[in-house]
Design a protein around this ligand. Structure first.
Ligand SMILES: Nc1ncnc2c1ncn2[C@@H]1O[C@H](COP(=O)(O)OP(=O)(O)OP(=O)(O)O)[C@@H](O)[C@H]1O
Ligand SMILES: [Mg+2]
Length: 628
């Protein structure tokens, strides 16, 4: 007997409708959500040509009878929300009855499905919303939905899609997010017939975290378990100090649905309190909030990622308490009993860092304004090999202020090669020149993070991390420009365990990483082996796994729109190897760092555009102390 009904107009008018299938990942999300709602414990997603040729989702859920297979194609045809009262008690991922008709309208769609009661299945074929065929078919209990030639009748929408690797990455991310939130189902992803990942059914959050992010990640997580009234908050949060550059890995699930919520983020921040002290970085979380459906409204936006909580204050407070308890009560234990990677050394020798780095810039290359009196004129610019290509560089945002004195050099020999050109600045334009005081004497180090220095009649505070990032960045850029990555082979190759999506990202951009001096080898499934690292990286600075993973995170955060990755983004990401805040430097080490910074072409800004130093002039000090 059919379960699907077309909802009455009055009810459909109350639904936040208008779903637009904007990219292949949206189709994957909707089809996998349907499979989860159908109670599937095994779901296989197959993608071809980034989903534009084929997206196929097969599940072993309850299936549909022949009537339902047709009703599913009707706008507002749903088995999940049938009455007005139901709208306040939604417990399924879907409820609008919109997804399948929306997909069917922009693709060639085949539904093959069978219920446990039916002796045979049914196959329905639809093209651009029009039914082409409907006939009995064989097959196991469950459903397969195939979406072919997505956007075949809406070429305008196709134009907005990004490169295939970017679209594939969105698909992987979407699936990982759903798999993390729904441990019951095993999910397999195949891209162009190759298995990208396969996660087991009946997995706890800990197991999922290990499956997708590797043991090191899991070793840095703490278990959360908190109840207050009808609300349960559980899952995992990162140990203090384990952060990522962005909120992407602060994953929140409300009754197993991935959501984004300021109210919850605020609670997480409160829970960490002063433990979360690096701005722009966020501790990863996998927080599951379980609430009775009447306590929130998910019918806010068609994409169902937004939620309105009945009591926002309660949620923020409960999340804050849950996180705080997890961090303090479980301070000693992590969810991973295996010993983690060696911790970042508290005290490292800047000698080790700086001496390992080749001095790419001699002082005479430096063109900071206040130094020009003491130095020789800048060397002749490097020859421009592909001037016409330079104009189109996506990285121009970074150097937009630069005048024609900017020079470039190609990374590749062949002009047709896909690899973008890297721009190297040989001179700083007048307006970008640093005209202030330069630190020349270290006075001390505050909080093992800020170098206090004097110079040019001013007190200068230098951020040691930002400063070292700038130094590494310029060195790496130089090596790229010279086309000869200075690489140091590791005595013993290091095996890195990474989430499959990151392994895929790394391997896809292996050539870019090679240009930086890395050498990776695929070990299959979750692992790669690192055989060499850039010579100006120091193995002792931070565990290699941490450096590489942070680089990948940075790439994902910032280069999303630019796959294939531009080498300069990679260079910026490589700066993850820089000394961090709270690493203890001696005064001599800090002095050397400042000398190197002085030799940089744009030592006052870190590669991300933030300042490396702030200056308090004597005048300013006098003014503040009321002496003037
Ligand atoms: N894989 C599946 N297994 C069993 N039934 C399915 C499956 N996919 C879809 N259905 C049925 O088809 C109906 C329509 O699916 P559709 O995704 O269009 O709407 P929905 O899931 O109800 O709501 P939403 O638009 O919010 O996703 C579902 O309500 C469900 O009854
Ligand atoms: Mg649905």
């Amino acid at each position: 007997m059919s379960k699907i009904r077309v909802m009455p107009v009055e009810l459909s008018n109350r639904i936040a409708a208008g779903e637009v299938i904007e990219r292949p990942a949206s189709v994957v999300k909707e089809l996998v959500e349907n499979a989860l709602d159908a109670g599937a414990t095994q779901i296989t997603v197959a993608i071809e040509r980034a989903g534009l040729h084929l997206i196929s989702v097969t599940d072993n859920g309850c299936g549909m009878d022949d009537e339902d297979a047709l009703l599913a194609l009707e706008p507002h045809g749903t088995s999940k929300l049938l009455s007005d009262e139901g709208i306040d008690h939604i417990s399924t991922l879907g409820f609008r009855g919109e997804a399948i008709p929306s997909i069917a309208a922009v693709a060639k769609l085949t539904i093959r499905t069978r219920t446990a009661e039916a002796p045979e299945g049914v196959e329905v074929v639809v093209e651009g919303g029009k039914r082409i065929a409907c006939h009995p078919c064989g097959g196991a209990v469950g459903t397969t939905i195939e979406v072919r030639e997505l956007f075949f009748n809406t070429p305008a929408r196709k134009k907005f899609l990004k490169s295939n690797p970017t679209e594939e990455h969105h698909i992987e991310e979407t699936l990982i997010n759903l798999a993390l939130g729904n441990g019951k189902a095993g999910i397999t992803l195949l891209i162009d017939r190759k298995k990208v990942f396969s996660c087991i059914p009946d997995a706890t959050p800990e197991v999922r975290a290990r499956e997708f992010f590797g043991r090191n990640f899991a070793a840095n997580l703490k278990k959360v378990e908190y109840r207050e009234g009808d609300c349960r908050i559980h899952g995992l949060v990162a140990a203090p100090g384990f952060t990522r550059p962005g909120r992407r890995e602060q994953r929140i699930y409300l009754n197993h649905r991935p959501i984004e919520s300021l109210v919850v983020w605020r609670g997480i921040r409160d829970g960490y309190g002063t433990l979360e002290n690096e701005s722009g970085r966020f501790p990863p979380t996998m927080l599951f909030i379980e609430l009775p459906p009447e306590e929130f409204d998910i019918n806010v936006h068609p994409a169902k990622r937004e939620v309105r909580f009945k009591s926002e204050y309660f949620i923020t407070r409960a999340v804050g308490t849950a996180v705080r308890q997890a961090l303090h009560e479980n301070a000693a234990e992590s969810v991973e009993s295996l010993s983690p990677e060696p911790a970042v050394p508290k005290s490292i020798s800047i000698e080790q860092i700086l001496q390992a780095a080749q001095v790419a810039y001699q002082p005479e290359n430096a063109v900071q304004m206040e130094l020009t009196a003491q130095v020789a004129p800048p060397k002749k610019p490097i020859e421009i090999s592909q001037p016409e290509k330079v104009e189109k560089l996506p990285l121009q945002e970074t150097f937009s202020a630069l005048p024609p004195s900017v020079v470039s050099t190609a990374l590749t020999d062949s002009p047709q090669a896909e690899m973008p050109v890297v721009k190297i600045r040989a001179a700083i334009p007048e307006q970008a020149v640093f005209g202030g005081a330069w630190p020349d004497r270290v006075l001390g180090i505050y909080d093992d993070t800020y170098i206090l220095a004097s110079g040019g009649g001013a007190l200068i505070v230098v951020d040691q991390h930002a400063a070292h990032e700038r130094i590494l960045f310029e060195e790496i850029l130089d090596q790229l420009a010279q086309g000869s990555p200075a690489s140091q082979p590791l005595l013993i190759g290091q095996v890195l365990e990474l989430p499959p999506a990151k392994v895929a990202l790394l391997l896809r951009h292996r050539d870019v990483f090679a240009k930086l001096g890395f050498d990776f080898e695929d070990m299959g499934k979750h692992s790669v082996i690192v055989n060499a690292i850039p010579s100006n990286f120091n193995e002792h600075m931070a565990p290699i796994s941490q450096m590489v993973e942070e680089m990948l995170d940075e790439l994902l955060e910032n280069a999303r729109a630019q796959m294939p990755v531009n080498p300069e983004f990679a260079a910026r990401a490589a700066c993850k190897a820089a000394v961090k805040a709270h690493w203890v430097l001696t005064i001599e080490e800090a002095t050397k760092l400042l000398q190197k910074l002085k030799a940089c072409r744009q030592g006052t800004l870190c590669p991300h555009g933030r300042p490396t130093m702030i200056t308090l002039s004597e005048r300013e000090l006098e003014r503040r102390f009321g002496r003037r």
